[in-house]
Design a protein around this ligand. Structure first.
Ligand code: EPU
Length: 437
């Protein structure tokens, strides 16, 4: 298995270009199954989840034409309804979007239960509640979600939990349904709005995305069109946090600053400097960052997907910080890894108390999920010595050219192949010993 090796202690500097939003892309690709004509999608991130989702569409018979890096034409006019391959969808949480898209298109779907990052129970009851409201009969058996309808009929659905996935899935199922659907207590994340904008640009009639109530008036067909995916708010936030943590000075380009307000506000609060421009943000760190308290919440609250990266930063900030994870039951698995690097963190249920330490020390660590990988990289960038990260396939699922972008900012980070790992790491250690005199 490949590893990432980071020699910490470099201040990040320069500019980084943020890619298209993963969590929008993995919904927009299956959404194209609903479109009769050709969908041109730009600003797709070059990540495993996107490539896997495109492969699944090809398995269904869609024609995928990669016109240039980040741009693709999807022609789903001749797709057939099929069961997506287990080995592909079980690796991706977003495979649940195939459910809404296939129901919308064929009135039937059979999809293996989704995989992806494991933060404890990841129920899909709200997805099923929404589908059932649209006159779909849906059940889970033998690890498969099976859904069937004579026809889909618009209805009002109140979500008991604010769920990004359920909101988008119901939108997908309702877009071509008869009549009008209202999703109440809908998720308001930027990628929810992006999927609605994509569908509208193809011919759907969706209003209210980004508010608590989304109204979808069913249309008989969608003809196709062009759409460019929004920048990835979480990738941008990760680089902002990395810049602050390393006492760096980084211009984070191709972002929508409004989507980053919760992280900008917290960085300013702990002593970093954040300057917002039209489509970029400059973050400057400081040696004197101080602790703070954060509670993760659905948008526009502080995003759970930046919680681990922020914990890495706060573990070397002065004083005590308290993090409350209120979206996922079990998103602190990576903390045992960061503690191997010298962090002083105590967890109790949904809370983590961090006593800032003067420095972290590099160590071999295991990436437990996508954002945990980003957090361990932030920790590795500030740590003294070499951090060796294994199980980095999680990072490849969701960050486009992660180490290339970090290296361009001055980080000493290398991807090591299965067999060269130990040798190069030893060589790198020698470099550190040499440079330390
Ligand atoms: N929930 C239910 N029932 C449901 C659906 C969700 O109880 O039917 C609960 C979940 O257990 C969780 C909360 O509702 O406690 C929020 O879950 P949500 O459905 O919003 O999450 P998701 O759609 O599965 C997406 C992102 C996650 C991100 C969450 C929250 C994608 C593919 N994934 O997951 O992203 O953490 O929203 O913002 O969009 C990541 O990118 O690293 C990642 C994990």
């Amino acid at each position: 298995m490949e590893k990432l090796a980071i020699i910490g202690g470099k201040r990040l500097g320069g500019e980084v270009e943020i890619s298209g939003a993963k969590n929008a892309a993995v919904a927009i690709i299956p959404a194209s199954l609903l479109v009769s004509g050709i969908c041109r999608v730009d600003n797709l991130p070059d990540i495993k989840d996107v490539n896997l989702m495109l492969e699944v569409l090809e398995d269904f018979g869609a024609r995928i034409n990669r016109t240039s890096p980040g741009s693709v034409e999807i022609d789903a006019s001749n797709v057939r309804c099929a069961i997506p391959p287990y080995d592909k969808v079980s690796r991706m949480r977003a495979s649940y979007y195939l459910l809404g898209a296939l129901i919308g298109r064929f009135y039937q779907a059979e999809v293996p239960m989704p995989g992806g990052c494991n933060f404890g129970a990841r129920p899909i009851d709200q997805h099923l509640k929404g589908l059932r409201a649209l006159s779909v009969s849906a059940e889970v058996s033998h690890g498969m979600v099976k859904a069937y309808a004579e026809r889909t009929i618009g209805a009002s659905v109140y979500l008991d939990v604010v769920s990004v996935g359920a909101t988008i899935n119901i939108m997908l199922a309702a877009t071509l349904a008869e009549g009008t659907t209202h999703i109440e207590n809908a998720a308001k994340e930027p990628h929810v709005v992006d999927v609605a904008n994509f569908l509208n640009s193809m011919g759907a009639n969706i209003k209210g995305a980004g508010t608590d109530i989304i109204r979808i008036v069913g249309v008989p067909r969608m003809e196709g069109g062009s759409y460019s995916i929004i920048p990835d708010q979480i990738e941008a936030g990760t680089f902002m946090i990395a810049a602050a943590a390393t006492d760096g000075n980084v211009l984070v380009k191709n972002v929508i600053p409004k989507h980053l307000e919760p992280v900008s506000a917290k960085l300013v609060e702990i002593g970093a400097s954040v300057d917002e421009f039209d489509d970029s943000i400059r973050v400057k760190g400081s040696r004197e960052l101080k602790g703070t308290n954060i509670k993760t919440q659905p948008y526009p609250g502080f995003p759970t997907d930046l919680q681990p990266q922020m914990v890495a930063l706060l573990s070397v900030s002065k004083g005590v910080s308290m993090i409350t994870e209120s979206v996922w039951d079990n998103r602190f698995q990576y903390i045992d890894e960061i503690k191997k690097m010298g962090a002083n963190i105590k967890t109790d249920g949904h809370s983590a108390v961090i006593q800032g330490v003067s420095h972290l020390t590099g160590a071999p660590v295991k990436v437990t999920d996508l954002r945990a990988g980003a957090a361990l990289a932030v920790a590795g960038l500030v740590a003294k010595g070499v951090t060796e990260m294994c199980d980095i396939q999680h990072i490849d699922r969701g960050y486009s050219h992660f180490e290339d972008k970090l290296r361009a900012l001055g980080a000493q980070i290398t991807r090591l192949g299965e067999h060269e790992g130990e040798f190069k790491i030893i060589q790198n250690r020698k470099k550190i010993v040499t440079s330390a005199g």
